[in-house]
Write a protein that binds this ligand. Structure first.
Ligand code: HEC
Ligand SMILES: [Cu+2]
Length: 388
């Protein structure tokens, strides 16, 4: 007789499904900590901050309270059912409307709830510290579907995009170790320093969640929520957007690289130097060929998914022979900088720098049969952004 799932009794199938669901969720969770949790570990991990340990201890306390209550309640229940079973001829006792008993079974659970509420509240108060004494302020903005990190006092900002290749996602290549939990530019913070996160969003509600820090905060357009952390161990920590935010919600992971002071300072120094260099480069005139070459790179990284490898369109409209790439330059810049509201064509003004914008605009006006013969300089894009 062949084995068939559909012949198994329904309760057994339910249990199987639950076990499989649990096992897969464990595997997903195992990847988000600094160190992979053990394979069948079903408990929360302790994390690497005072808060995350506090949350873990609170969780264990409540868990054991529940276990004790469960054992007592089910113990009494099963004992009574067995001991006083009908086959032994027991007559059920009647104690309806017994005031004493009713007071007792109201007061005891109330006391238990208060006993659990006290440590939980004090933990929440600790977590919701406004963190005004933080040494580093990072503004985190959720975008569909990426994160932007902005070091408020250091003048450094960048986007953090998913790095997993399309091939892995589409099951063409084997999946890597950090499948869907890897980014091009991780957030870098120093260990043992208080870091404040100012969390908001640009389009829809996202949520910035790093389990190992016990930080999970909604990112809401028009609001700034605060969270903070002091990470005690250096390492790479991974998290995810935790608020269903559209098609690529599962494709905007979070990676935080926690390093020592010296490494952090040199990293920040490099980013500042890059920003200064960019400011210089923007002022420089670029040749047509330079713009075309870097434009092709930007296009394949940022635009190809929607507009196709040869500008033939897809999610986005065709750019080969398109009205905008073969129309006035100002309108072309406006579409790139401000996007087309209400469509998947987002505003690239904040995501791409002036050089990238100038080169990609030049590229789409002079590729796939588009033959405008004109180009735009980074400084023109800069001026356009200022004016619009
Ligand atoms: C997420 C998908 C998506 C991405 C990524 C994207 N676009 Fe678009 N784009 C669209 C859609 C959709 C439209 C059509 C908007 C409309 O309905 O007017 C559009 C319209 C345009 C237009 C106007 C075309 C016309 O003739 O009306 C241009 C130009 C353009 N995109 C350039 C770009 C460039 C350059 C990039 C990369 C920096 C890019 N887009 C990235 C989806 C996308
Ligand atoms: Cu999101």
């Amino acid at each position: 007789m062949s084995f068939s799932l559909s012949r198994l009794p329904t309760p057994l199938v339910n249990v199987l499904v639950a076990v499989i669901a649990l096992a897969t969720s464990v595997m997903v969770r195992a990847e988000t900590g600094a160190e992979p949790a053990e394979r069948w570990g079903v408990n929360m991990t302790e994390g690497v901050t005072e808060i995350s340990r506090g949350v873990y201890e609170l969780h264990m306390l409540i868990f054991w309270i529940c276990v004790v209550i469960g054992v007592i309640v089910f113990g009494i229940m099963f004992y009574s059912m067995y001991k006083h079973r009908a086959s032994r001829g027991y007559k059920p006792a009647t104690f309806h409307e017994n005031t004493k008993l009713e007071v007792v079974w109201t007061v005891i659970p109330a006391l238990i709830l208060i006993g659990m509420g006290l440590p939980a509240s004090s933990m929440l108060i600790k977590m919701y510290d406004k963190a005004e004494d933080a040494e580093i302020d990072v503004m985190i903005t959720g975008y569909q579907w990426k994160w932007k990190y902005e070091y408020m006092n250091e003048g450094v900002s960048f986007f953090s995009n998913l790095r997993t290749s399309r091939g892995e996602i589409n099951n063409i290549e084997p999946k890597g170790e950090h499948y869907l939990l890897e980014v091009d530019n991780p957030l870098v913070i120093p260990a043992n320093k208080k870091v404040r996160f100012l969390i908001t969003a640009n389009d829809v509600i996202h949520s910035w969640w790093v389990p190992a820090f016990a930080v999970k905060q909604d990112a809401i357009p028009g609001f700034i929520n605060t969270a903070w952390t002091v990470v005690e161990e250096e390492g790479i920590y991974r998290g995810q957007c935790a608020e269903l935010c559209g098609r690529d919600h599962g494709f905007m992971p979070i990676v935080v690289n926690v390093v020592d002071d010296a490494e952090y300072n040199s990293w920040i120094g490099e980013r500042q130097a890059e920003a200064a260099e960019l400011a210089q480069l923007i002022k420089q005139e670029q040749s047509f060929d330079e713009l075309l070459a870097s434009g092709e790179e930007v296009y394949s990284k940022q635009c190809m998914v929607c507009h196709g490898a040869s500008g033939e369109g897809g999610v986005g409209v065709a750019l080969a022979g398109g009205a905008v790439p073969t129309g006035p330059m100002d309108q072309n810049l406006s579409v790139l900088v401000n996007g087309v509201s209400g469509t998947a064509m987002q505003a690239f003004g904040a995501q791409l720098n002036e050089i990238e914008l100038a080169s990609v605009v030049t590229y789409i006006r002079n590729s796939w049969g588009n033959n405008m013969g004109d180009s735009v300089q980074p400084v023109d894009v800069y001026n356009f952004k200022q004016a619009n």
